[in-house]
Design a protein around this ligand. Structure first.
Ligand SMILES: Cc1cc2nc3c(=O)[nH]c(=O)nc-3n(C[C@H](O)[C@H](O)[C@H](O)COP(=O)(O)OP(=O)(O)OC[C@H]3O[C@@H](n4cnc5c(N)ncnc54)[C@H](O)[C@@H]3O)c2cc1C
Length: 405
């Protein structure tokens, strides 16, 4: 049986290991930490659960199939989660004035009629801000596009790459319908536990607390770590690859889950995204109790803060951070409630910065001929979200299988 080595047991490493083991490979999975899951994980508290990073996957055919084959009971979002707020002085479901809305339509509709989807295709090296102002205008860029993208990529659209983020929409052949989100009843840890269990059943050897060296491995290797760790791992055997990877910038993000004695019921929805320019640090708030059912004992919210320009926030003490969020919560939601408990996750340099420099680095990576036995995987390559990572796991497993038939 052919052996494949997978380095990194985050969602990328776990799912590519699953697909490889299902294709009959002997998989050796190496992880530096004491547990698998990487960024994914769920803390249990006496008031309910707190996600450490992702709270769900986008519901696609592949993600649904993954839950089904692993036997993870599916927890779908509540009806209330369909409502989403954007902050403009207060949370609004539509943040543009009538005049701004008409001006946006007058700008967008002729482009749609004249050139269709391709008229909106981003240019190489263009930031999301430039793309948005060119196609949509200033107000929708600032109050809709900006906060929405910050909420996903954890950084301001002044630096985010339009090609990397919007490009896939233009290269997609099949129309994928957005069908909401998917998680387990016990949160993302349910999925991680099922993945780990299935890998062990399939005979995958999971080596925890291990610092493996790539140069000591024979045969196909999948490096499924952050770009930073991948640069370190490849530097001896594949210096030209490492050189490109080392230029990829990482950014930091923080999730703060707050459990309250009393539910806020003024704004019932998925959450509220916050544009820059209001002197607020928070990027957004998820109203967990209005997203998922039956898993909280008390109302709770998750606040997201950070980004490349606000790295210093991660150095605040718990007390200072809670004070800052309490002040911003009062300004954003008009709420001042007593706190029962909280969980803070500081993810330092944990996420790729989807900026124009990443676009350049990925283009350079395409130019470096990757050795046949080296496969790169992770959230800096084809998308930051879990459903994109899952798609890449399938592709990598198929490629390795076709090379070793
Ligand atoms: C606050 C937050 C909220 C998010 N929300 C969502 C969401 O709602 N939906 C969504 O789809 N995505 C979300 N994401 C993004 C998503 O969680 C991540 O992109 C994804 O989990 C990354 O998985 P990964 O396997 O690529 O990387 P990681 O999870 O970082 O895993 C990499 C693994 O490699 C290990 N490793 C590193 N170096 C080595 C080495 N030398 N040897 C062996 N192992 C090594 C690490 O310990 C780690 O376990 C969120 C992220 C954050 C931070």
């Amino acid at each position: 049986m052919r052996t494949v080595h997978v380095i990194g047991a985050g969602f990328a490493g776990l799912t590519v290991s699953l697909r490889l083991a299902q294709k009959g490979f002997q998989v050796e999975l190496y992880e530096t930490a004491h547990r698998v899951g990487g960024l994914l994980g769920t803390d249990q508290t006496e008031y309910g659960i707190a996600e450490r990073a992702a709270n769900a996957l986008i519901r696609t055919e592949k993600s649904e199939e993954l839950f089904k084959e692993l036997g993870v009971p599916v927890s779908l979002p509540l009806e209330s989660s369909k409502k989403r707020f954007l902050f403009r002085g207060s949370p609004k479901t539509w943040p543009l004035s009538l005049f701004e809305t008409l001006a946006t339509l007058a700008r967008v509709l002729p482009q749609v009629f004249l050139r269709g989807k391709k008229g909106f295709k981003p240019q190489a090296g263009e930031t999301l801000q430039t793309w948005g102002e060119r196609h949509l205008g200033k107000a929708p860029t600032r109050f809709i596009l900006g906060p929405a993208m910050q909420g996903i990529y954890g950084n301001e659209i002044t630096d985010l790459s339009a090609s990397l983020i919007l490009g896939p929409i233009f290269s997609r052949t099949k129309k994928g319908k957005y069908q909401g989100l998917l998680t387990g009843p016990g949160g993302m840890q349910d999925l991680v536990n099922h993945l780990e269990q299935r890998l062990r059943e399939l005979g995958v050897n999971i080596h925890l607390n291990t610092n493996i060296k790539l140069e000591n491995l024979q045969g196909p290797v999948v490096v499924a770590t952050s770009a930073k760790a991948a640069a370190e791992l490849t530097k001896v055997r594949y210096p030209s690859v490492a050189q490109v990877l080392s230029r990829i910038q990482m950014s930091s993000l923080m999730s703060v889950t707050l459990f309250f004695a009393k539910a806020q019921d003024k704004f019932k929805g998925f959450g509220c995204l916050i544009p820059r320019g209001f002197d607020l640090k928070a990027l957004g708030v998820l109203m967990n109790s209005y997203i998922f059912k039956d898993r909280d004992k008390t109302y709770n919210e998750t606040w997201i803060l950070g980004g490349a320009k606000e790295e210093k926030l991660l150095d605040l003490s718990d007390a200072d951070l809670l004070k800052l969020i309490a002040e911003e919560r009062l300004r954003i939601l008009g709420q001042k409630d007593s706190l029962l408990d909280y969980r803070i996750n500081r993810w330092k340099n944990a996420l790729p910065y989807y900026n124009v420099q990443l676009e350049e680095s990925l283009a350079d990576l395409d130019q470096v001929q990757l050795p046949q036995d080296l496969h790169l995987h992770g959230n800096y390559l084809s998308g930051i979200g879990l459903s994109k990572i899952l798609e890449r796991s399938d592709l990598i497993a198929e490629k390795i299988a076709s090379q070793h038939e």
